[in-house]
Ligand binder design. Structure first.
Ligand SMILES: Nc1ncnc2c1ncn2[C@@H]1O[C@H](COP(=O)(O)OP(=O)(O)OP(=O)(O)O)[C@@H](O)[C@H]1O
Length: 258
């Protein structure tokens, strides 16, 4: 069962006189996907960190399934929300299977998951993310894209109601990018994700949230938000938009403003 996310009047800054995100309010309906896009420094990662309890909001609140996440224990939050954020992946001296198994910690007493049900969940994620051949290898010896897939698998085995992902495709080759997008579409989860690739955003999103200078500058379905005008105002580039011949989704190409 997926739960909805409600973000209300959320602001955060490192100091009282410096706000990086300001007055952000939006909903992600249960089971749907919202993609956050915006130029470098717009505040996308800061917004995700403020939703995932890393930044205590300066103002506002975050509700998952109607529950204020700051009023829940960390264990309860870990059963509700899984996140793969931009922080450099720690140099774990664990195997890939062990890293993925850590996603089961919120459901276990010890550090590693035991029992048949846990093992099945972990093996399925290793297979879904094409990690079987790396399962017994040290996480620290993987390539950037392989690490990314292992961290995504760890988030999925957490069986969250809400999945928060910051640029999960940035190290992936095109095949793995498309596989991750297809997998996210199939999950019955509420997903909040940042992407720089506006074509991937158009293909995945039920809703697109466009950010600029710490604020929302557009929010709505891809066809209403990924317009030439919004893209010009957020990114200062010209966008040419047609439609993918098979899927009918918006297809975007860009050049610099004359
Ligand atoms: N803890 C912090 N203290 C001071 N400034 C910060 C802090 N965290 C982020 N910033 C600044 O806030 C702005 C927004 O950063 P953020 O990482 O949220 O942007 P972003 O939209 O995710 O960018 P990118 O697309 O480059 O990843 C940047 O100018 C960044 O330097």
């Amino acid at each position: 069962m997926a739960l909805d996310l409600q973000v209300r009047d959320l602001s955060w800054g490192p100091r009282p006189d410096r706000r990086i995100i300001e007055a952000i309010s939006f909903d992600v309906p249960a089971g749907s996907t919202t993609v956050i896009v915006g130029p470098n420094g717009a505040g996308k990662s800061t917004l995700l960190r403020s939703i995932y309890r890393q930044n205590r909001p300066t103002t506002g609140k975050v509700l998952v399934g109607g529950r204020n996440i700051w009023r829940l224990s960390m264990r309860d939050v870990s059963r509700l929300i899984a996140a793969v954020l931009q922080e450099v992946a720690p140099d774990f001296s664990f195997t890939v299977r062990e890293v993925v198994a850590m996603g089961r910690i919120p459901y276990c007493r010890g550090l590693f998951a035991h029992g048949r049900a846990n093992e099945q969940i972990i093996e399925k994620a290793l297979a879904d993310f094409r990690l079987i051949e790396f399962a017994n290898r040290s996480f620290s010896r993987l390539s950037g894209g392989e690490k990314q897939r292992a961290l995504l698998a760890r988030a999925i085995v957490q069986e969250p109601q809400l999945l928060i992902l910051d640029e999960p495709t940035n190290h992936l080759d095109i095949r793995h990018q498309l596989e991750i997008i297809e997998m996210l579409k199939r999950l019955n989860l509420t997903v909040l994700i940042t992407l720089h690739d506006l074509n991937l955003a158009a293909s995945l999103a039920d809703q697109v949230l466009v950010m600029r200078q710490g604020r929302i500058c557009a929010i709505g379905p891809p066809l209403a938000t990924l317009t030439a005008q919004t893209i010009r105002s957020a990114f200062d580039v010209e966008a040419h938009i047609d439609h993918h011949p098979r899927t009918g989704k918006p297809r975007l190409s860009f050049d610099l403003s004359p």
